[in-house]
Design a protein around this ligand. Structure first.
Ligand code: ADE
Length: 229
């Protein structure tokens, strides 16, 4: 069982996400648990504020250290976490190898930034890792935390119905996935490749491998270069 604790200034944003789909199934099966916490619960400010003006001036607000520190201390007094991750646009880019790595870490804490982000001392002293989901700026870390949780939880053994299906994902072997087809074999004059209807499993496997390599060459040539290194 992997437990993911998410610290957020806007926990409502995440409620529906974790109550649907694969993630809900994983939770029902007891394979994963996601707890979304309102950081305001740890604010000692009388208005429960989580942010303040930046020293040195400038636009935007900065999330203060104290509520984050108190939240982390409280969670970490209950159990040991494999990583405490801050979601931010300048973190390590999330990709399949990183998702694989995080899926083996045990329990995780995900800290969502808001406004301009967090006081730098949070990043220096309280977290173990920074992760970005792409080179663009979101208005908060919540969507990034949901993306990371999904990528990690679906890798946990037993979460996907077909055990082999996470292994055949795009990226899992450093290639994008080959195309899939289902019935009917001809629709509107558009035909499924003959080899898939042939019944020759070895030929089908070879065709899929060829397609995966060709698609990777066309769409993500960088993945092939990574393999040559
Ligand atoms: N917070 C804001 N933008 C983000 C991004 N691209 N990735 C992760 N967290 C973020």
């Amino acid at each position: 069982m992997v437990r993911i604790d998410i610290l957020s200034a806007v926990p409502k944003l995440l409620d529906s996400w974790f109550n649907e789909s694969i993630l809900q199934r994983a939770q029902k099966k007891g394979l994963a648990q996601v707890h979304v916490h309102d950081l305001r619960a740890w604010s000692t400010d009388k208005h429960r504020r989580l942010d303040d003006y930046p020293f040195g001036g400038g636009a935007g607000m900065v999330m203060t250290v104290e509520p984050i520190h108190r939240a982390l201390e409280s969670l970490m007094s209950e159990r040991t976490y494999g990583e405490v991750i801050y979601l931010c646009p300048d973190g390590q880019m999330l990709d399949q190898p990183l998702a694989n790595e995080l899926s083996l870490k045990g329990d995780l804490i995900l800290l969502c930034g808001h406004y301009k982000g967090v006081d730098e001392r949070v990043r220096q002293h309280l977290i173990t890792r920074e992760v970005s989901i792409g080179d663009y700026v979101l208005s908060g870390g919540e969507l990034a935390a949901a993306v990371l949780s999904d990528a990690v939880i679906r890798l946990l053994p037993g979460v996907l119905g077909d055990e082999s299906s996470a292994l055949s994902d795009s990226y899992q072997d450093g290639l994008v996935a080959p195309p899939d087809y289902t019935r009917p074999a001809v629709y509107n004059g558009w035909k499924v490749p003959d080899v898939l209807l042939s019944g020759h499993q070895a030929q089908i496997d070879a065709w899929r491998q060829e397609q995966a390599v060709e698609r990777t060459r066309q769409r993500r040539p960088g993945l092939l270069e990574d393999q040559d290194r």
